[in-house]
Design a protein around this ligand. Structure first.
Ligand code: DP6
Length: 324
């Protein structure tokens, strides 16, 4: 009754921000992402007869703040499997947690994948994606590798699906870490605040389906400059919504802004690179492989950049023999 799984974070190029149904955690907008390979979460789930309550640790430390969401996910799996046992969940992240690096995406994708296997639930990626979405919208996309789309499905609960394999267009991502602190407002609270109070939110919901269709076509056509234009637009539009909430949500620091300008300058000088930023201060530069090293060096020079991590595109969530 135990299993270990690994999942990688994904970076949205058309962002998910806002929910159309909070109780089923259904997104208000379609999204499109790339799954990374260098950053990962590894999670071991062991259901133990006689254990009084679920336990959750992250990088060796008990994490009571995250336990409720972990247990709610396990409850759905226990119900499907007809199992009443509590579980010990041990997770390890090789990157900063809750700082806008999509740790909930890789975390819940790994949890669902390991939890299903531990309970003998032989679910395919579609079913696991739906279960992961209930835990965290972006986690639905980390079940798959490469380019992943999550369209809205008005007749059913949404789930993510593969759009293009990683090997078909092996882009690179350079992550500039500008803070290791936990962000003050998590994505979930931030999106609820935006939907409730941001003047720009209705325009966001109305125009994102168009961005999604255009980004999808750019990915399928391997059109980097078109994808750059749409992705930066989706990112900046999401941050405009955040800024227009009351009180306004400012996730950036000064290094974030400096990185953003530097990436545009690199592009003006002929490098195929664009930026994206999630609900945190880290910058992700997406580029063609031949421009990765130059981009990484340029971002590492910016004051306030603590670390630069390069990653290719990776696979979806997978079972592992055990945590090494
Ligand atoms: C800014 O998936 O963390 O990273 O569904 O409430 O768990 P919940 O939200 P979450 O939100 C991710 C928001 C984002 C954009 C994105 O990944 O699409």
């Amino acid at each position: 009754m135990q299993a270990t799984a690994q999942a990688q974070p994904n970076i949205a190029l058309v962002k998910y921000w806002g929910k159309r149904d909070q109780s089923r955690n259904l997104p208000a907008v379609p999204s499109l992402s790339i799954t990374l390979d260098t950053l990962w979460t590894q999670t071991r789930v062991a259901f133990e007869p006689g254990l009084e309550a679920d336990r959750f640790s992250l990088n060796g430390n008990a994490e009571p703040a995250h336990l409720a969401r972990v247990s709610a996910t396990l409850d759905r799996l226990r119900e499907l499997a007809g199992c009443g046992h509590s579980a010990v969940v041990e997770s390890v992240n090789n990157f900063p947690t809750n700082a806008g690096l999509a740790s909930s995406a890789s975390g819940f994708a790994a949890l669902v994948t390991a939890g299903c296997a531990a309970l003998g639930l032989e679910f395919g990626p579609g079913q696991r994606s739906r279960l992961a979405r209930l835990a965290s919208g972006s986690a639905a996309r980390s079940i798959f590798g490469g380019f992943v789309e999550m369209p809205l499905d008005p007749h059913n609960d949404d789930l993510a699906m593969s759009l293009l394999e990683a090997a078909a267009w092996p882009l690179q991502v350079v992550v500039a870490v500008t803070s290791r602190a936990e962000k003050p407002t998590g994505s979930r609270a931030g999106m609820l605040q935006s939907a409730a109070s941001a003047d720009f939110y209705p325009a966001w919901v109305e125009t994102t389906p168009r961005d999604f269709q255009q980004a999808r076509a750019a990915v399928l056509g391997r059109d980097f400059s078109r994808l750059s234009e749409i992705s930066e637009h989706s990112c900046l539009k999401m941050h405009a919504v955040m800024l227009s909430a009351r009180p306004g949500l400012v996730y950036w620091n000064s290094a974030t802004v400096d990185c953003l300008h530097r990436i545009r300058e690199l592009r003006r000088r002929g490098n195929a690179v664009f930026f994206t930023v999630d609900a945190g201060p880290q910058i992700k530069a997406v580029c063609l492989p031949e421009h990765r090293d130059h981009t990484a060096r340029a971002l590492a020079e910016i004051p306030g950049v603590l670390e630069v991590i390069s990653s290719g595109l990776g696979a979806g969530a997978q079972l592992l023999p055990a945590i090494p």
